[in-house]
Ligand binder design. Structure first.
Ligand SMILES: O=C(O)CCC(=O)C(=O)O
Ligand SMILES: [Fe+2]
Length: 742
């Protein structure tokens, strides 16, 4: 009887249940269609037309000299120009705000040159709270259409909140830079935007603060209030972008270059009030907040950050041992702070030593004199008294200046002895003048186009995307930044702040991570994970890449073409008679013979050559390169390649500067191309033209690889295999990141 009742009831409920089910399915389907359509609208169609000087003549970017901020400074102009191509010169005028005037000048000059837009700069330290009067004065009277609140600092490694050294200053600095700056800058520009009923404010935050939204109190209120007045305020929450701050050197699909990220983000303006800004990041945001249970995120996050912290501390210890600098305290600080304390923690006892550029440094007065820094430094009296550091930590070695004639040993390892011979007046002045003007006028100078290294997809899918960047996760050991950013949030309890920030981040990589015991949570670059054979393929796969014109003119002499930076210089086989004479003179002085010559013409101070080593396989093992300079003096800089545990961080490496004057000869030999990089940087004061002749010996490309391949990517040469260096080098050297362009 009872069963009959149940059955009857069920039968009666069948139809309503059917409709409930149908309604549920229909609403889910509608929801899905809506999500797909809005995804299409945001990520495919975008909203590129919104940013134009109609919003106001000026765009203001804070933290505009590096990473994402620098890309915003450029992309905002590009977008505004593309909106009004017919008014080609009507991009935003740019107000750039950052700490270093030198870098600001650099970015401002680039924008003026490339896009012919007006620029202004303000050099201020956002770590200080008394800077806003100056900014207010500089902004007075400017019609600001776009404000990009980008400036920010982060942890240098994950650390437990109470273990953060100098916590008090750390907190105030982080709050000043990450939060006060946003509120104050908004205070300065919003009133005028409100008066005009238009404007865009982009607040660049981080996905690590996705829950709760950083500065929630300020923004969630202002966003709604001002949206109705026609002002768009958007929170931008990127996951990882390959910038200096994140220390990610190789862009991949999920860790884009800042340019790629910003270009994608700008097309979401006006469509999303909170955005991850870039499609793969949006997926990561969805997966980590909606799909993966927060308990898993918490567990993995905590684990990964502990591992990263341990790895970081181990590397630091290694570095300290190497430098002989036992550190009393660790400082959680960014490189700027490290740079500020450089050289201050120990000094020689007794009378003060020479100034920074006159460190005990071997200089020799005759060409035959030989000086080794290693040896010299052992000879110098060695009583040091400990000077307690103000903050600090690891000393950044002072840059050494090399001016006098001499034969210098730069270093003794890891690949062998690196040597430099400097002969300042190699050519007598009048002879040099005459040769210089002839070469300037008569050599076939031309513009070479190079190609940036692009991460080949095949590699990122086999290694980088498996590589779990532990910093992707915000977890208990890194929580304090989210903790701090949540002070102003609407969720009052610290526990909920912690939980919500912990909940925030795991990438798809996390899932991969579970399957990848090989990855110990420490940063591993894709190159390091590849076998020797695969390394060879890297340079073959990476044939494509974005083209750029070398910032100088060149020409090339010799029997064979010379390939570097993914393009070749065709050879001039008919040597100019003057060049033949010079070659003879250089060969006599160096005792080496050279079959080729690369000539560089730096037209003015803005022409340059970026950090590189002349270590293409075609130059052979441990090449000797003779470099003759004519014309205006330019500074030739060298920096030591850091050991693998520093993961491409050049902060603490030895640096040397050699002013190369008219008629000087510089010879690089031994392991200089293995263990050091060199460059001639842009200069910001007037510089006339300079001709540089680098004599080299070029060999047929080793069999089976692409022209221009770096020696460390080639299959071991039989002769070299027996020597110590090569296979070791594969592990010792980092691949130049893509921004090392020459
Ligand atoms: O111009 C210089 O002094 C350096 C040129 C250079 O490094 C090169 O051509 O590889
Ligand atoms: Fe070079």
């Amino acid at each position: 009887m009872k069963w009959m009742n149940v059955e009857e009831t069920l039968r009666g409920a069948e139809e309503p249940l059917f409709w409930v089910g149908a309604f549920t399915v229909a609403s889910l389907a509608l929801w899905l269609v809506y999500r797909l359509l809005s995804g299409f609208r945001i990520w495919v169609l975008g909203n590129g037309k919104l940013l134009s000087p109609k919003l106001g003549k000026w765009a203001v970017v804070t933290g505009a000299t590096d990473g994402i901020g620098k890309s915003y400074a450029e992309e905002v102009v590009i977008v505004s120009l593309s909106v009004h191509p017919q008014l080609a010169r009507r991009g935003f005028a740019m107000m750039l705000i950052s700490r270093s005037q030198e870098k600001l000048d650099d970015v401002a000059r680039t924008l003026q040159e490339l896009y012919n837009v007006e620029t202004k700069t303000i050099a201020v330290d956002f770590g200080k709270s008394d800077i806003y009067c100056r900014i207010e004065a500089a902004l007075a009277g400017l019609e600001v259409g776009v404000l990009v609140n980008n400036v920010g600092v982060s942890y240098s490694y994950p650390e437990y909140y109470l273990h953060i050294p100098d916590l008090e200053n750390f907190i105030s600095n982080m709050i000043n830079v990450n939060m006060t700056s946003v509120c104050q800058m908004t205070r300065l520009v919003l009133p005028r935007m409100a008066e005009r009923s238009k404007g865009v404010i982009l607040n660049i935050s981080s996905a690590s603060g996705m829950y709760p939204v950083p500065l929630l109190t300020v923004y969630s209120a202002t966003k709604e209030e001002y949206r109705r007045q026609g002002i768009i305020i958007q929170s931008v929450l990127p996951f990882f972008v390959a910038t200096k701050m994140t220390r990610i050197r190789k862009p991949t699909l999920d860790k884009p270059t800042p340019d790629r990220y910003v270009a994608a983000e700008l097309s979401t303006v006006g469509l999303q009030s909170q955005t991850n800004g870039y499609f793969p990041h949006a997926i990561m945001g969805w997966v980590t907040t909606k799909l993966v249970p927060s308990s898993i995120v918490i567990f993995l996050g905590a684990r990964m950050n502990r591992l990263q912290r341990t790895g970081y501390l181990q590397r630091r210890r290694l570095r300290e041992q190497r430098n002989g600098t036992g550190l009393k305290t660790g400082v959680m600080t960014d490189k700027r702070q490290q740079a500020r304390v450089q050289g201050c923690w120990a000094r020689r006892a007794g009378p003060r030593g020479p100034g920074l550029n006159q460190q005990p440094f071997p200089t020799a007065n005759t060409a035959s004199a030989s000086a080794s820094w290693g040896i010299r430094s052992q000879e110098t009296p060695k009583t040091f008294e400990f000077q307690p550091p103000a903050k600090l930590v690891q000393a950044v070695p002072p840059v050494k200046l090399l001016e006098k004639e001499g034969d210098y040993e730069l270093s003794h390892g890891p690949s062998g002895v690196s040597r430099l011979l400097l002969v300042p007046g190699f050519l007598p002045p009048e002879e040099a003048d005459w040769i210089y003007s002839k070469l300037l006028a008569e050599l076939p100078w031309s513009q070479k186009t190079n190609y940036r290294h692009e991460e080949p997809c095949s590699i990122s899918s086999t290694s980088s995307s498996f590589f779990f960047s532990s910093s992707f996760i915000s977890s208990p050991s890194i929580f304090s930044s989210s903790f701090i950013s949540s002070f102003s949030s609407s969720s009052p309890s610290s526990l909920s702040s912690v939980l919500s920030c912990v909940k925030s981040l795991v990438t798809l990589n996390t899932v991969m991570y579970l399957m990848m015991p090989v990855i110990q949570g420490d940063q591993v670059t894709s190159q390091e994970m590849l076998s020797h054979e695969q390394l060879k393929d890297v340079s073959i796969v990476a044939a494509a890449g974005e083209a750029y014109e070398e910032p100088r003119l060149t020409c090339w002499y010799g029997a064979l073409p010379y390939t570097y930076a993914r393009s070749s210089l065709t050879s001039n086989t008919q040597w100019h008679p003057l060049l033949l004479k010079l070659r003879e003179a250089v060969e006599r002085r160096s005792g080496c013979s050279f079959n080729s010559l690369l000539c560089n013409l730096y037209r003015d101070g803005r022409d340059s050559i970026g950090w590189h080593s002349d270590d293409e396989a075609s130059l052979g093992h441990k090449p000797t390169i003779a470099s003759l300079s004519l014309g205006d003096t330019r500074v030739f800089s060298l920096r030591k390649i850091p050991p693998p545990e520093d993961e491409g961080d050049y902060t603490y490496v030895d640096r040397i500067q050699v002013p190369l004057s008219h008629g000087s000869l510089l010879l690089m030999s031994g392991s200089t191309q293995d263990d050091w990089q060199h460059r001639v940087a842009k200069e910001y004061h007037e510089r006339g033209p300079r001709v540089n002749l680098t004599f080299r010996t070029i060999h047929e490309e080793p069999e089976g690889h692409r022209a221009g391949t770096k020696l460390r990517f080639t299959v071991q040469h039989p002769r070299e295999a027996s020597e110590s260096g090569r296979s070791q080098n594969l592990n010792q050297h980092h691949v130049l990141p893509s921004n090392h362009l020459r």
